[in-house]
Design a protein around this ligand. Structure first.
Ligand code: CA
Length: 414
């Protein structure tokens, strides 16, 4: 029988059973502090007797714990598991539990730098087919190299933060001048974010890279397709991806995901030796995307799985260091859009509506090619165990209409 917690709500239908114990930052009105989700409750880690250096927890982010290294990560998790499963600790621990109801969740860690990848073959093939045709869908480098770009740490926000529709430069018809307007093709990208918990200097192996990862969050790489289509050549995405990147508020630790490890798919072409994995480095995590128009109920528009990825976070992190690029505690790596093989398993509206040619019909009867103002987009994910699930909670954002621009932005004569 699976391990049980004495916290009643940690049994049954919850993202946060005793097997999960994800790390977050919460504010219940008496200041931001570190917490661990258990059922409907949050364990106030600062107040409980965790047996570790209290200085690690005297912050409003988990970076100091990450920096302390894998031995501390393991001790903390073992201690929390004992405190929350063993009845003998109950009278001491129970006063340190706070209800999750009404509590504000904040950014769980300070994002040092942010890199986003492009690692689902289905996604790359779909997007490539739309732009270049099926014959040339995958760029020649794609099967050999984890493609990525350096994003902006400043763009990363926690779930629940509203997302304002961006303005940007959009291609004109034919040879016409471009225009400066509101993005009309604002989209989501369903991704998993890997959090680097240890620094590196010099090139590191795939195994070492895996050891450096602290945990994972859901990640939505909001993308303005019309801005992207005009700006991306020849250096890749820039402003199209800089509006916001939303992450879920709970860091699911790598240790909690261990039982769900699975191998990357069969290679189409052999990888160079440095990128080969010594063992399974993806995870079986079921994922879904839900869209709710303003004041209406949601429709699940996609279901997929993280195991569909062609490259793991460990391979991406290894490749990231090949140049000698040093990685730092708190670096965030976006997996790339996670699309499965089927029409209902795509991780972006660009693919789900096939570039707007085949709009989706929601359960409310409304149609969507891209996101409308007032839409709320929610990502969910969980690894499914025997009688429990390791859930990520929600990664949600509501679209606000674009801001009013200053008059000079579109005036002639400047
Ligand atoms: Ca992306």
């Amino acid at each position: 029988m699976a391990l049980q917690s004495w916290v009643a709500s940690a049994a049954g239908d919850t993202d946060f059973p005793i097997q999960n114990l994800p790390y977050g930052v919460f504010d219940d009105g008496s200041g931001a502090r570190l917490g661990v989700a258990i059922g409907d409750m949050i364990l106030d880690v600062v107040r409980v007797d965790h047996g570790l250096d209290t200085a690690l927890f005297a912050h409003t982010e988990w970076n100091a714990v990450m920096e302390a290294g894998p031995k501390v990560w393991a001790s903390l998790r073992a201690r929390l598991t004992a405190l929350l499963s063993d009845e003998t600790h109950r009278s001491m621990v129970e006063p340190c539990l706070v209800s999750r109801q009404g509590v504000q969740l904040l950014m769980p860690f300070r994002v040092t730098e942010y890199t986003d990848f492009y690692a689902s073959k289905h996604h790359a093939f779909n997007v490539g087919t739309m732009f270049r045709g099926a014959d040339k869908a995958l760029p020649p480098n794609w099967l050999s190299i984890p493609i990525g770009y350096n994003g902006r740490a400043s763009s990363v926000v926690v779930s629940g933060t509203p997302v304002t529709r961006p303005w940007g430069q959009i291609k004109g018809a034919g040879d016409d001048l471009p225009s400066f307007g509101r993005s009309g093709r604002f989209d989501l990208e369903l991704e998993l974010g890997a959090i680097v918990g240890q620094p590196s200097s010099g090139m590191i192996s795939v195994q070492k890279a895996d050891d450096m990862i602290f945990g994972y969050v859901l990640l939505n790489d909001w993308s303005a397709r019309d801005i992207q289509a005009w700006e991306y050549q020849p250096l890749g995405p820039f402003q199209a991806k800089a509006t916001a990147t939303t992450i879920s508020p709970w860091i699911v630790t790598k240790e909690a995901l261990e039982p769900f490890r699975t191998a990357t798919p069969t290679r189409v072409r052999p990888l160079l030796p440095y990128l080969r994995e010594p063992g399974p480095m993806l995870y079986d995590i079921e994922l879904e995307v839900a869209l709710a128009p303003e004041s209406k109920s949601e429709t699940v528009i996609s279901r997929t799985n993280y195991k569909e990825m062609y490259y793991s976070a460990a391979q991406q992190l290894c490749h990231h260091t090949t140049s000698g690029c040093s990685m730092r505690v708190g670096d965030l790596l976006g997996s790339g859009t996670i699309s499965g093989p089927g029409r209902n398993s795509y991780g972006s509206l660009l693919e789900l509506s096939w570039g707007g040619k085949a709009p989706l019909t929601l359960d409310t009867g409304e149609r969507r090619s891209f996101l409308e103002d007032g839409d709320t987009l929610v990502l969910r994910g969980a690894a499914k165990g025997e009688g429990f699930r390791i859930g990520f909670g929600e990664c949600a954002g509501r679209i606000l209409s674009a801001v009013e621009l200053p008059a000079w932005a579109n005036e002639e004569g400047n």
